[in-house]
Structure formats: structure tokens, C-alpha cells
Design a protein around this ligand. Structure first.
Ligand code: LLP
Length: 415
């Protein structure tokens, strides 16, 4: 969890009272800790010290420019899945030659823009993408660096919606086809075979499936080598889970150790694409209780954040811990359904939470730094939340709250 400290004026993130943030910027607001982001990144680079490696932050987890800026300053690479994410990385000061581009549906325009920018590698996910990329690169007089994203068919033992490495997932190329596809790609004039990539799923609490996938990848790397196809890097994807409730994910170093062992003595650069484990617990969603409502069978705390702000509970039944920013001393603890104002029964942020709260109080919804703001929407014409970054005793507004007018600025009435 982000390092929240209890002080007289309620919870603080780093040295900043959450209450002050709510007063200054309103609610709901996503709040990130720069120190927590840096610590999470360093847990990877420390564990990888001495090994040629590149940590490519999976931008989809949190694409705020300030978050990308923090990682770019630390020398990170970036894993992107759209032209939009590439534009963000470049706008945030990230280096093009540290970008890897994943995704099953890259458009011609996206491929072209990424080639012109000079990204590090295209993680190609289908035979037809090989052809498309070869053609686009040819039309630009360039050679596109590629890795094939292989699907190792291992079970990551996570939520089915975020499992990506099984045979019937849409991602990657079938393991059995990989060798033939590498041969084909290596023979094409406008491609440069640079690496291999694999990502099996997200919120993994057990590193063993990734190690199993890595061993399969190593077998393929050796086969390629015997055919004269030498790779420069091996990308083992992201996926390491975080603690939302009582989960005990492996420590980054323990997760990486068997992977480092697997490739010990090999000269390829090792790449990783962590998202959640870099940002998830570096952020929270600050919300205010609008009403307490005592229904016939349940107590509801209606807060000003909703499923449009944080979709994970509604979408995956995901658990996010919640704490009162300044629990009232004379308020009794009660069990609440924490819900938003949206007109759907699925609009909940938490079930059965025991909290001492009154209307007007602030709640911190924890572990919201990953797949929070990026998955928000404007459902019910709700302006998206503000985002702030805490840095020591400073707070920076890193995304202004949307205005209602901006939400329909691109719309028009009939002529
Ligand atoms: N690389 C690739 C190719 C990916 O597809 C993903 C995540 C990552 C890296 C980063 O994985 P991470 O380290 O964050 O687990 N919206 C869902 C998670 C979807 C993950 C999709 N792919 C959620 O809120 O749990």
C-alpha cells in the first residue's frame, strides 16, 4: 500500500495531508506518490543490477504524463499498445529507442508512426502483422525491429479476463508456429529479427507459471540459434501481482531470481513489461462521502467517486481497500456498501466495509494507481477526476479535473 501515515489532521501521503488535497483540488481525485513510484521501479532495477536489462513500464496501467516522466527520468523503457500511448511517452520525455509496441491490432498508421519515431521493437502478434509491418517498413525505406510474441500456453492462475497466455487467448502466435514464423520473418527484406516476447497474464501471485513460460522461451531461443537466428533481447512481459487485500505476491527480487537463473550466462538483454507492480500501490483515489443511507437490509455510503472513475470493482469484482482519512472519534463503526451516484446496481466500489464515517468525510480507496484513471469513462456525463502527484511536501496537479462543457465540446446539434 502507499505509505499512508496517520497524523493529527488525518492520513498523509508522504508529507501531504489528504484533507489538504481534497480542499485544494476537490474530489474525486487520484493521488500518486512519486517516492512510491520510484521505489517500485528501483525494486526491479536493483534486482536486475549487473544484468543487461530493460524495464519497460506498461503504459496501459497508468498513462499520466507525470507518471511517465518519473519513470523516463529513471531511464525506463515503455511498453505501449497504441499510437496514443506512444505520443504520451514521447510527450513525457521517454526515449523512442526504449519503446516496445505490443498489441494484436496495430494499424498501418500506428506502425508507420512508430517506425518514423524509431522505436526499439515491435512485438508482433500474428502472421499477417509480419506482412503488414514488412510492407510499411519497405514503403518508408526502413527495417523494422521485431520480436514475435509467442503464446506459451501456460495457465497463469489469475482472473480469466486478465489471463493472456493460454492457447485460446487472442494474444501472440501459437508456440508451435513460432519457429516457422521466425524463419519467414528473417527472410523478409524490411524486418530485423531482434527478439522474442511473451506475457501470460496479470495480477500473478505465483511466479512459477512465468518461469515455466521462460523455460519454453529459452528452448525456442536455442532452436533459433541453431538455425543461425540470433536474438538481441528476450522480453518476459509483465504480470507480477500486488497486494489489494490479503494477497501475498512474491517480492520483485524473488519473482525475478528464477528468471535470471533461467537465462544465466546468456548474452541477450532481458526485458520486462511491468505495469501494476510499478504503479498500483503508488496511487489512491480520494473520494468524499455525500450521503449515508440506511436501507432496509443494508447501509449505503454514497460517495462522489463511481464506477466511471474506478471500473475494477464493477468489471472484475475487484477488491480495493478503503480507509477513512480522519475516522471520527464519536462516529460508530458500521458496515457499508460503498457505492457511487451512477444509475446502475453494478456501481459499487466496495461491499461490506466496516468504517467509522459521517457524511462529508473523506475516504482513500487504496491500490488505485494501476488500471484506475486509465479505465475511467464519462458515463452519466461525469467529468473525469483530477490527478495529483505528491512529492515530499509538494503536491502537483498533473491532470485537471474535466469540465462538463469539455465533455460535449466535440458534439453538435443538427443543422
Ligand atoms: N505487457 C502486456 C503485453 C500486457 O498485455 C500487459 C497487461 C502488461 C504487459 C502489464 O501487465 P501488469 O504488469 O500490469 O500485470 N485492466 C486489468 C488488467 C489488464 C492487463 C492487460 N495487460 C485490471 O484492472 O486488472
Amino acid at each position: 500500500m502507499p505509505t499512508l501515515a496517520q497524523a493529527k489532521d488525518g492520513l498523509r501521503l508522504e508529507a501531504v495531508p489528504l484533507r489538504q488535497i481534497a480542499e485544494q483540488y476537490g474530489t474525486p481525485t487520484y493521488v500518486y506518490s512519486r517516492a512510491a513510484l520510484e521505489a517500485a521501479y528501483r525494486s526491479y532495477t536493483d534486482a536486475l543490477a549487473g544484468r543487461d536489462s530493460l524495464v519497460c513500464f506498461a503504459v496501459k496501467a497508468n498513462s499520466n504524463l507525470a507518471v511517465l516522466d518519473v519513470f523516463a527520468r529513471l531511464g525506463a523503457g515503455f511498453d505501449i499498445v497504441s499510437g496514443g500511448e506512444m505520443a504520451r511517452v514521447l510527450a513525457a520525455g521517454g526515449r523512442a529507442d526504449r519503446i516496445v509496441f505490443s498489441g494484436v491490432g496495430k494499424t498501418v498508421a500506428e506502425l508507420r508512426d512508430a517506425l518514423v519515431a524509431g522505436i526499439r521493437c515491435f512485438n508482433v502478434e500474428s502472421p499477417t502483422e509480419i506482412d503488414r509491418l514488412n510492407e510499411v517498413a519497405g514503403s518508408l525505406g526502413k527495417r523494422a525491429p521485431i520480436a514475435l510474441r509467442v503464446n506459451p500456453n501456460v495457465d497463469p492462475k489469475t482472473h480469466p479476463y486478465i489471463s493472456t497466455g493460454l492457447r485460446d487467448n487472442k494474444f501472440g502466435v501459437a508456440f508451435a508456429d513460432a519457429l516457422a514464423l521466425y524463419r519467414r520473418a528473417a527472410a523478409l527484406p524490411n524486418l530485423h529479427v531482434s527478439g522474442i516476447a511473451c506475457h501470460i497474464g496479470s495480477q500473478l501471485l505465483d511466479g512459477a507459471p512465468v518461469t515455466e513460460a521462460a523455460e519454453k522461451v529459452l528452448g525456442l531461443v536455442r532452436q533459433l540459434e541453431s538455425e543461425g537466428i540470433h536474438l538481441e533481447h528476450i522480453d518476459l512481459g509483465g504480470g507480477l501481482g500486488i497486494r489489494y487485500a490479503n494477497e501475498v505476491p512474491p517480492k520483485v527480487a524473488d519473482y525475478l531470481a528464477p528468471l535470471l537463473a533461467c537465462f544465466a550466462g546468456r548474452k541477450e538483454q532481458l526485458c520486462f513489461e511491468p505495469g501494476r507492480s510499478l504503479v498500483g500501490n503508488a496511487g489512491l483515489l480520494l473520494t468524499r462521502v455525500e450521503f449515508l443511507k440506511h436501507g432496509e437490509t443494508k447501509n449505503f455510503a454514497i460517495v462522489d467517486a463511481a464506477m466511471n472513475d474506478l471500473a475494477r470493482p464493477a468489471l472484475y469484482d475487484a477488491y480495493h481497500d478503503m480507509v477513512a482519512v480522519a475516522p471520527g472519534t464519536d462516529t460508530p463503526e458500521q458496515v457499508y456498501e460503498i457505492v457511487g451516484p451512477i444509475c446502475e446496481s453494478g456501481d459499487f466500489l466496495g461491499h461490506d466495509r466496516k468504517l467509522a464515517i459521517a457524511a462529508g468525510d473523506l475516504l482513500a480507496i487504496q491500490s488505485a494507481g494501476a488500471y484506475g484513471m486509465v479505465m475511467s469513462s464519462n458515463y452519466n456525463t461525469r467529468p473525469r477526476a483530477a490527478e495529483v502527484m505528491v512529492d515530499g511536501d509538494q503536491v502537483h496537479l498533473v491532470r485537471a479535473r474535466e469540465t462538463v462543457q469539455s465533455l460535449f465540446a466535440g458534439e453538435s446539434r443538427l443543422p
